[in-house]
Design a protein around this ligand. Sequence first.
Ligand SMILES: [Zn+2]
Length: 319
Amino acid sequence: MIREKDGIHFDLEEKVVADSRKASGDVNIVSHAHMDHVHQGDNPVVASELTRKLAEARTDKEFESFESSSYELIPSGHILGSTAVRFGDERKYLYTGDVSLRDRAYLNGFQPVSADVLVVESTYGIPAYRFPDQKEIEAEIRDWVQDNNNPLFLFGYSLGKAQKIQHIVEEATERPIVAHGAVKKMNDVVEEVTGLDFRAKPYGENKDMLEDNAIFIGPSRFSRNDGLNKFVDKVDGLKAGFSGWAAQEAFRHRGGYDRTFPFSDHCDFDELVQLVEKVGPEEVYTHHGFDEAFASYLKREKGINARALKQNQASLTDF
Ligand SMILES: [Zn+2]
């Protein structure tokens, strides 16, 4: 039985719990170091070395590795260190965690493996979310940076997206880059545990560079900050947002962006379908985003036994 509570619970012979802050399983999986997935307990975790290092650097806590050859880690192409996990004896279970099939900046996409039961995220599980070719997106980012000599203000998730944006921008221009504290902190963590290196200086003491033609990188939520927006107006800056949600026009209005790029760390709709077909499972469980819509699509169009894991339904059966 598979349920969504705090994270995903697999009630098999061993109780396997994935991406839960409570880590209440016999075996606990941490698929990647985004903090909504990182558990708070002390028990060892099934996670890549890089995920453990990133989580340690973010929490000042030690993450011991759960050593077992029964849990196969497959890079999932979401952020540095992220992995899907395959496990089970007769029946093979594949838990993707957050996943992307695309090669982007310095990261390679997920290579699907076969399984009988697939648990897949479905953030962009409707046809409205189809992203252009990644090379095209990255070329458009470089062109936009090179064509606009105004101060530029770029926004994306602080661990993962922000570093990929910087990687692309650093290749496109010699202009100075300044990073908001939340991004700078993640740059430092990534630099500490990988061979990557970013040239961004901290925003606080280097704000004046943005009166010239520097490039700012900050977390998405900061794009709506009043003080920031007054400053952008004052220096005649341009704002850009980077997210899969950019496939819909509403994203531009919400963030007050001049330009958006559908640059995502998740699969788009077609890639989700492709992923499911390559895994070739008998059963599919979807979670996150358009979970119901994607499960019905798989049932209707592909004849696959699919259903959405619903948090509320799961907790109802618990009482
Ligand atoms: Zn994530």
